[in-house]
Design a binder for this molecule. Sequence first.
Ligand SMILES: C[S@@+](CC[C@H](N)C(=O)[O-])C[C@H]1O[C@@H](n2cnc3c(N)ncnc32)[C@H](O)[C@@H]1O
Ligand code: SF4
Length: 361
Amino acid sequence: MVRHLYVHIPFCPKVCPYCSFYKEASDRNKTQGFLEALLTEAKMFGGRLRPETVFFGGGTPTALSTPQLQFLIGGLRERVDFSALKEFTIEMNPATVSLEKAAALLDLGVNRVSMGIQSWDDRLLKTLGRVHSAAQARRSYGILREAGVKNINLDLIFGIPGQSVGEWHESLLRTIELGPDHISAYCLTYEEDTEYFERFTRGEYAPEEGRDADFFEMAMDLLPAAGFGQYEISNYSRLGRECLHNLAYWQGAEYAGLGPSAFSTCSGVRRRNIANTSEYIRRTENGLDRHDFEELVPEALRHSEITAFALRTKFGISTAGADPQIVVALEANGLVETSSGRLTLTRKGKLVADSVAAELL
Ligand SMILES: C[S@@+](CC[C@H](N)C(=O)[O-])C[C@H]1O[C@@H](n2cnc3c(N)ncnc32)[C@H](O)[C@@H]1O
Ligand code: SF4
């Protein structure tokens, strides 16, 4: 039985120049056909699916209107057994929040909202090409609470061109002040096929040596001190508010993904749906193969993936499978610590998590 469901909604009010998720500007002509294709795909998983966690990501799922969300989630509920559901997250952009939409989502069973704030500085929001201001993000947060959303994550980005350490400090304090349940703090990455990547390769952005580490350490200082435990390198939460869906990914659970560009990993096979909305609709509705990638996940690969993900969490990995000589060397360098048969990253190790994982694999 597959216990985790991801649904990819590839529409955004406006495309941000740093983002490489598969998305396109909202297109009214395509939307209904797209929603129907998602329901057709859900039916294909049929009885194999009883989700404990559902995650609507994107793109921006709330770029859909309230009736469209009702059509989609209502339709999914008719096709998929939701009786074991514990967590139902939807991603939002602050420009797509309304009291009516938030209330309708709660009625449909959504119990967690993840909103992309990125920064509380209007100048940096402009640099990021965001469609909303800091004031609008604050208002949207208030609307979610007013509607009765009890579990809210806010996404932040650090290492933005032109961002100072002082501004990042301010962004963290303002986020803490609002009192969310969960905070994701991501370091800006220059992803291929984005406008930011092009500008970066042209030399327009010249990141200062060590600056990202300063930002990261500031988050590691401020957020836990304010009651947000760092349970994964980029994720902090109040106790009991960890994201169950992401934890399941990091522990190597099977999951089904619906929508263009969505991955599924079921019965040792990983597949990706084609990252093209029109093609996804056409192939799904005509019973054609909608995947553009498929691989077997042999046990060795699965093990190394779980190791790399689990190492980034506060639970770490078992010392049993690790090479003792490497562990001793990493400990001597202050990068990992071991206790009761578990190996976890130290603060210093978290700054270089990928290279520690590479040593251990
Ligand atoms: C799908 S978006 C969240 C919802 C909504 N689309 C929005 O942007 O408000 C997921 C999150 O990924 C993060 N993100 C996207 N591109 C990134 C990049 N290049 N570097 C770091 N974080 C990024 C942002 O924090 C963003 O909120
Ligand atoms: S960051 Fe969010 S709103 Fe911006 S393009 Fe990516 S998915 Fe869309």
